[in-house]
Design a protein around this ligand. Structure first.
Ligand code: UDP
Length: 399
């Protein structure tokens, strides 16, 4: 019989941070339950038959300006510097995405491009970022025209595929992730730190979980262990009340058996291909807003360089999430808008009634977190919710 102080559900970034903190900072024993056959959540990567490190659940490019996150993760990995670049296929040309002054120069005649550029700089300033939905509000006819062009050619169809709706029907923060950039900086991100874990994300998360106090069980459906007792607001493990801390990083609607309905998510299908050629495309990612059913193609070789005369690419096909359908049941993105936020708040209230459950992460908080946000939030949750309140809680017995 093993005894655990803490049970963490989910072995992605959020679960790994919480497990690591409890183990290393509080000397607690931690059981991590992961439903997939591997750790690392959606960051899971592995070397394929061509020797290329591929991201099984789509491209993950680490970037952060949060010093604390960078310092924290650097305890567990070496980094390979990498600045992400994305091109977009528009009118038969490849332009830098986010749309910037270089994109303008590719698509417009020289004189017109210079006129628009001067206007953009005098209106918003050089080296600034303007979300497309903001640019569309410009009163200046020439900027209105540009906004309409970028909106139609870059955003409308991509967003329709990705989210199943128009840019106005999701939170404006979603399209603002990829603003119009008034500079010639072609990088996708502008954060202080941009790098890939040199041995990959799986290796990084495995290292975080390798503390002697942590036990990881993969291919375990947490719901087969856990039961929530609505009357007493307690958590039962294998029928016994567990008095320790439970960290939940999965979907709250699932945890509560959908009592208040399902929260909407978007899913993806990936089409991986390994090709007998040394390079497929000129950048890591090429977006295809308009001409295909997929949104983008990523070529992994550009991320961590590898000498091979083969290359692996992945095409992403967005789709609705359906928990009953085997090829649609991975919830990649919460669908972030006001209505869904209200639905989520109901579950958030429910989980708060259980004093020994802490919920954190992209799924459990129903937020469009980047990897660094997930790490930052887990670290903050530990500092604010765990450390001050931690009293002697019971242990979980697992035979
Ligand atoms: N987007 C778009 N066209 C593009 C790139 C992004 O319309 O060429 C919009 C789209 O709605 C997308 C959002 O901006 O979902 C955020 O893009 P990001 O690249 O951050 O998405 P992620 O990599 O998280 O899937």
């Amino acid at each position: 019989m093993e005894h655990f102080d803490i049970v963490v559900i989910g072995a992605g970034f959020s679960g790994a941070v919480m497990a690591e903190r409890f183990a290393s900072q509080m000397n607690k024993t931690v059981l991590v339950l992961e439903q997939r056959p591997h750790v690392a959540g959606n960051c899971y990567d592995y070397r394929n038959e061509a020797g290329i490190l591929v991201h099984h659940y789509g491209p993950h490019l680490f970037h952060t300006s949060k010093q604390q996150v960078w310092d924290y993760l650097s305890q567990f990995t070496q980094w390979t510097p990498y600045e992400h670049k994305v091109l977009g296929s528009v009118d038969g040309k490849l332009i830098p995405i986010p749309f910037n002054l270089n994109s303008l120069a590719v698509l417009y005649a020289k004189e017109q491009a210079e006129k628009i550029e001067a206007l953009l700089i005098s209106t918003y300033g050089f080296d600034t970022k303007v979300p497309i939905l903001e640019l569309r509000k410009s009163a200046e006819p020439l900027l209105q025209e540009l906004a309409e062009f970028v909106y139609q050619k870059v955003f409308v169809n991509y967003t329709a595929k990705q989210w199943g709706c128009s840019p106005e029907d999701i939170s404006p923060t979603v399209t603002a992730r990829v603003p119009v950039v008034i500079s010639r900086d072609d990088r996708y991100f502008h954060d202080t730190y941009q790098a890939i874990p040199s041995a990959g994300y799986t290796s990084l998360i495995t290292k975080m979980l390798s503390h002697k106090n942590i036990t990881v069980k993969t291919s375990v459906e947490a719901k087969s262990f856990i039961r929530l007792e609505p009357q007493s607001k307690s958590v039962l493990f294998a029928g016994e009340v567990f008095k320790g801390q439970v960290v939940f990083t999965g979907m709250l609607d699932q945890l509560f058996d959908y009592v208040d309905g399902e929260l909407p998510y978007r899913s993806l299908q990936f089409d991986f291909q390994t090709l007998e050629q040394s390079q497929f495309q000129p950048a890591t990612t090429v977006n295809y807003p308009n001409e295909h059913a997929f949104t983008r193609i990523t070529e992994f070789k550009h991320i961590l360089k590898v000498n091979s005369n083969r290359t692996t690419i992945v095409k992403e096909y967005p789709q609705g999430y359906d928990r009953h359908h085997e090829s649609k049941n991975v919830p990649y993105y919460p669908v972030f808008n006001d209505e869904n936020q209200r639905k989520f708040e109901v579950y958030k209230k429910l989980v708060k009634q259980f004093p020994n459950i802490i919920s954190t992460g992209r799924l459990a908080e129903y937020k469009y977190y980047n990897m660094d946000d997930a790490v930052a939030n887990a670290l903050a949750t530990f500092e604010k919710q765990v450390k001050p309140n931690y009293s002697n809680m019971g242990k979980l017995n697992v035979s």
